[in-house]
Design a binder for this molecule. Structure first.
Ligand code: UTP
Length: 300
């Protein structure tokens, strides 16, 4: 290894912290989300957010910073201990269920910060500034679930970060008739699954979309993003957009996009949620066969 390379590698810090912005209002899922966070909706018997937390842990994350808001206490309770429940399960000799429940609360260190008003994704991430410090960090959106038989979705981004030491955003190719629902990247160049990002456009009209590569809810970001987010002006809805902060970051330092391998489910919209529920149920050893038979015999 050359001295220059050695020096560069020393500078690339490992990604150990992850920010989960979960303070959004979930209006697309009302009325279910009036009192229940959308991240707590279950896919079969596990809340959506637990799949995402498990992906973060499987990727090597050691600390999770949740940005929560009004009505999101259920998330905090879910990852906390429940002494009464544990006691009851012990009394009933339900040891396997008990171990499962205890595992949830022992998963990783959690920190909770309140976003008092839902002023946008960029604003939510900015709340993590003090806890994230000078380290690179991951961002995972709690309603995007990634199923990957290969490496966990976030790990794929972290591996790119470990090599190049620059921000990496997860991308997915989407059909052009759906492109206007996404943040879309303008690639400077593409090399296989990796591209260098020149800029991003939030929810472009189909004819103005710079590519068919949409940003999905996984990022590894350098701490410079905080300086940019601090300077982002609120948009017409009063929100601080992450996309605006990322555009400023692209202008200052290299930002890459990665088409990850695996399937992503957007459980924050009804159709995405239904698809995820059916596919996760079909994959289960204990339910899959019976559920498949049920679906086959379902009368229209
Ligand atoms: P979304 O726009 O997908 O989520 O925000 P939402 O606002 O909860 O849902 P809808 O559109 O009203 O149905 C993307 C992510 O950013 C978080 C959300 O929780 C979600 O994970 N977010 C959004 C915040 O944490 N704070 C905000 O002010 C806005």
């Amino acid at each position: 290894m050359t001295e220059k390379r050695r020096r560069r590698d020393r500078r690339i810090k490992p990604v150990k912290k992850a920010v989960f912005p979960v303070a959004g209002m979930g209006t697309r899922f009302l009325p279910a989300t009036k009192a229940l966070p959308k991240e707590m909706l279950p896919l079969v018997d596990k809340p959506v957010i637990q799949y995402v937390v498990e992906e973060a842990i499987a990727s090597g994350i050691e600390e999770i910073i949740m940005i929560t808001g009004r009505g999101k206490n259920a998330i905090e309770n879910h990852f906390d201990r429940s002494i009464e429940l544990e006691h009851l399960l012990l009394q009933r000799n339900q040891h396997e269920v008990l171990a499962n429940i205890q595992e949830i609360s022992n998963m990783v260190d959690f920190w909770y910060i309140r976003q008092k008003e839902p002023l946008g994704l960029g604003h939510a991430i900015l709340k993590a500034k003090d806890l994230a410090g000078d380290d690179p960090f991951a961002v995972l959106l709690g309603d995007d679930v990634i199923q990957s038989d290969d490496k966990p979705g976030l790990r794929q981004l972290m591996d790119v970060y470990a090599k190049i030491g620059a921000s990496v955003i997860a991308l997915e190719e989407v059909p052009m008739d759906k492109i206007s629902s996404y943040g879309v990247v303008d690639p400077e160049w593409t090399d296989g699954a990796l591209c260098k990002i020149k800029g991003l456009v939030e929810k472009p009209a189909k004819q103005e979309a710079p590519s068919n590569l949409a940003v999905i809810g996984r990022y590894v970001l350098t701490p410079s993003i905080f300086d940019h987010l601090e300077n982002v002006k609120p948009d017409s809805k009063g929100e601080i957009q992450l996309t605006t902060g990322l555009n400023a970051l692209c202008a200052e330092e290299p930002v890459y996009g990665l088409r990850f391998t695996g399937k992503r489910y957007d459980t924050g919209n009804k159709m995405g949620f239904l698809v995820a529920m059916v596919e996760f149920a079909l994959r289960r050893d204990d339910l899959g066969k019976e559920f498949r038979d049920f679906l086959k015999n379902l009368k229209p």
